[in-house]
Design a protein around this ligand. Structure first.
Ligand SMILES: Nc1ncnc2c1ncn2[C@@H]1O[C@H](COP(=O)(O)OP(=O)(O)O)[C@@H](O)[C@H]1O
Ligand SMILES: [Mg+2]
Length: 246
């Protein structure tokens, strides 16, 4: 059974249909890279999975349970329970500036009344992302790469089964992308299930096991990195790769 099953997802903003008919599955331990031009609907697709956008049609099931079925949403507690299996990392980090690193990590568990092991978990995750010494620092004192690593640790605090990344390195200076990509690579090696919207073709090629090319609100083509980069089938994919694989 796929851990994510999306069937015929449709999403419009007003009259603008930005996702036309998206169907795809994610298996446990998949690392999926989503590539495609700006405006093709990648962010909207990812945000729909975690219910930051409401879709207009289709079904999204996580771990066998739909939280929206044929465009009809389930009860709020069902939506929350199902979508809480996922964590998300954003391009702009979205850390709370008035909270320390530790405060950012512990906000969600505290709001949800998680008591056990929060301190130990915080320490473990900060060590994992290489920021043990920054527990009491405020976001503005950190580099973009460090802030994004905090955001990854924060997303891991609730023990998600799936992590979604929306262009996690696009806001970073080029010399800081490597430290974030290496944390993501490590998560992939530990078999975290991940969907990563990215312009980092090297990462897509070397870390992902599947690559999805989106354009104009639809999935044009999907396959292994070897298939998609080595033998693209569609003109639109070829044109995009010709521009982006320099
Ligand atoms: N909140 C919104 N309101 C209206 N239109 C939106 C909104 N978010 C995205 N869009 C539109 O949806 C389309 C897809 O955007 P997006 O999902 O951000 O694409 P991508 O992430 O691939 O660049 C674009 O035409 C964009 O202008
Ligand atoms: Mg986007």
């Amino acid at each position: 059974m796929p851990i994510i099953d999306v069937q015929h997802l449709k999403k419009s903003f007003g009259d603008n249909e930005v996702l036309t008919d998206i169907t795809f599955q994610v298996e446990k331990n998949d690392v999926i890279a989503i590539i495609g031009p700006s405006g093709s609907g990648k962010s909207t697709m990812l945000r729909s999975l975690i219910h930051l956008e409401e879709i207009n049609g289709g079904t999204i099931s996580i771990d066998g349970e739909a939280f929206v079925e044929n465009g009809v949403y389930k009860k709020v507690d069902t939506i929350k329970r199902v979508t809480s299996k996922m964590g998300m990392v954003f391009q702009q980090f979205n850390l709370f500036p008035h909270l320390t690193v530790k405060g950012n990590l512990q906000l969600a568990p505290k709001m949800l009344g998680v008591k056990e092991d929060v301190e130990a978990h915080t320490k473990d995750l900060l060590m994992k992302v290489g920021l043990s010494s920054k527990e009491n620092a405020y976001p503005k004192s950190l580099s973009g790469g460090q802030q994004q690593r905090v955001a990854i640790a924060r997303a891991l605090m609730m023990n998600p089964d799936i992590l979604l990344f929306d262009e996690p390195t696009s806001a970073l200076d080029p010399e800081l992308t490597g430290e974030v990509l290496s944390v993501m690579k490590e998560l992939a090696e530990e078999h975290m299930t991940m969907i990563v919207v990215t312009h980092e073709m090297g990462f897509a090629r070397s870390v992902a096991n599947k690559v999805v090319f989106m354009d104009g609100g639809e999935i044009v083509e999907a396959g292994t990195p070897e298939e998609l980069f080595g033998n693209p089938q569609h003109e639109r994919t070829k044109a995009f790769l010709a521009k982006n694989l320099k």
